[in-house]
Design a protein around this ligand. Structure first.
Ligand SMILES: Cc1ncc(COP(=O)(O)O)c(C=O)c1O
Length: 399
């Protein structure tokens, strides 16, 4: 560990957080769960609420779905208000991938147009963008956002320097899945507006993790998940569309309400189980009772401390500032040099930690290095990263 890192760690990190008691989580308490970021986790009352809705549906299916459309609508209003999003532009979908699909399939691309994103893009989204580019004769390109990053201006400059006259659509993460870094979406939106480039923000991790006001960003579309940091059941994502594109943006599954309005189209995407959408509103209320700012503050302070600790223990260079200024509730840290750096070995280590030590944490290759991504949620404890460090020591050092 260089002196520079030590000084920054000791003088700049403010990682105070207090433990917040909640309802019990559905997670197996024997598992050290450091991967809230992938699929989130649910508290028991939200799980029970969804089960109750499913029972209610089975009891009288037509009554539940056909005679009570206002239930989806009420949930939509609650979740949209929580996210600072105009409800007229807010529609539920199953997940963020579906949301991205709705947007890119609603844009008319011409041969020669470019779809641009960054090399922090989520791999599933990369595939959706590649397919649409191939089918519409567009080019697809990823701007390199190299690591380490010192501040968000470096992201802005990298993107600004990559926009061309052909760039029709820019897709950026709000919180990157791989690097866990927050992108300066307001500034990027301002640049896109100036240049007449369409902007889709992939906010799969942002809802619940960040204090969102989607209307204020100034993007054309914003897509997100509610199962991650809002702790809603799986099957709750959303697409927010700016007023300008509401008439031309459609769900992937078109049904009765085609051309009858954005909200109508998204509220009915064929016969489906809407219990996750309804439970998302309940999850918003659950967090409000604790205080969403309190939850965010706790998670951010804890993950900032976890981040600094692992960097110190492993003597590695941080990929973002140690003060946590580019992080929300997750942090990605390079593995120590004696750990693997190739994807298949990283995945094998991930599985070994789960099977031997009951530690669930994502480990993967990113920008030619092996990395681990830790998440902090109300059920997390600082000792979780000590356990991770101990387990990695057992595998590579004490062997
Ligand atoms: C940045 C980002 N975009 C999109 C997705 C896809 O989300 P889903 O699998 O829920 O569609 C993820 C999933 O983790 C993600 O992290």
């Amino acid at each position: 560990m260089s002196n520079l890192f030590r000084i920054r760690y000791s003088t700049r990190v403010n990682n105070e957080y207090s433990v917040i008691q909640t309802d019990p989580w559905m997670l197996d308490s024997r598992i050290t769960y450091l991967n809230h970021g992938s699929f989130g986790a649910r508290v028991k009352p939200i799980f029970d609420y969804q089960m109750e809705l499913k029972r209610e549906f089975e009891f009288s299916p037509v009554n539940f779905l056909d005679r009570q459309p206002s239930r989806v609508d009420e949930a939509r209003q609650i979740v949209a208000a929580f996210l600072g999003a105009q409800p007229e532009g807010f529609g539920f979908v199953d997940n963020a991938t579906t949301g991205i699909g709705c947007v890119v399939n609603s844009i008319s691309f011409s041969k020669g147009d470019e779809i641009l994103t960054t090399n922090h893009v989520y791999n599933g989204v990369r595939q959706v963008l590649t397919k649409i580019a191939n089918e519409s004769g567009c080019s697809y390109r990823e701007v390199a956002i190299p690591l380490p990053l010192n501040d968000s201006e470096e992201i802005v400059q990298a993107i600004l320097g990559s926009l061309t006259d052909e760039t029709k659509l820019l897709v950026i993460d709000h919180v990157s899945s791989s690097s866990a870094i927050l992108f300066p979406v307001h500034e990027i939106a301002r640049i896109c507006r100036e240049k007449g480039i369409l902007l889709l923000v992939d906010g799969a991790h942002a809802a619940g993790m960040l204090d969102l006001n989607i209307d204020s960003i100034g993007c054309d579309w914003y897509v997100g998940n509610l199962h991650k940091w809002v702790c809603a059941p799986i099957g709750a994502g959303f697409v927010w569309t700016s007023e300008r594109y509401r008439e031309t943006t459609h769900p992937m599954t078109v049904s009765h309400w085609l051309y009858q309005g954005y909200v109508q189209e998204f509220n009915w995407q064929g016969t489906k189980d809407v219990s996750a959408w309804l439970s998302a509103a309940k999850a918003v209320q659950w967090g409000s009772e604790i205080g969403w700012n309190r939850i965010r503050k706790h998670n951010h302070a804890l993950v900032t401390r976890m981040h600094a600790y692992l960097i110190d223990m492993w003597d590695v260079e941080p990929i973002s500032p140690l003060d946590g200024s580019m992080l929300g509730s997750m942090a990605t840290i390079s593995l120590p040099k004696y750990c693997p750096s190739k994807m298949d070995q990283c995945l094998a280590l991930r599985d070994e930690l789960y099977l031997r030590n009951s530690i669930e944490v994502p480990i993967f290759e990113f920008q030619n290095r092996g990395v681990v991504r830790v998440s902090a949620q109300l059920y997390s404890d600082f000792n979780d990263v000590k356990a991770l460090n101990g387990a990695i020591n057992d595998i590579y050092i004490s062997k």
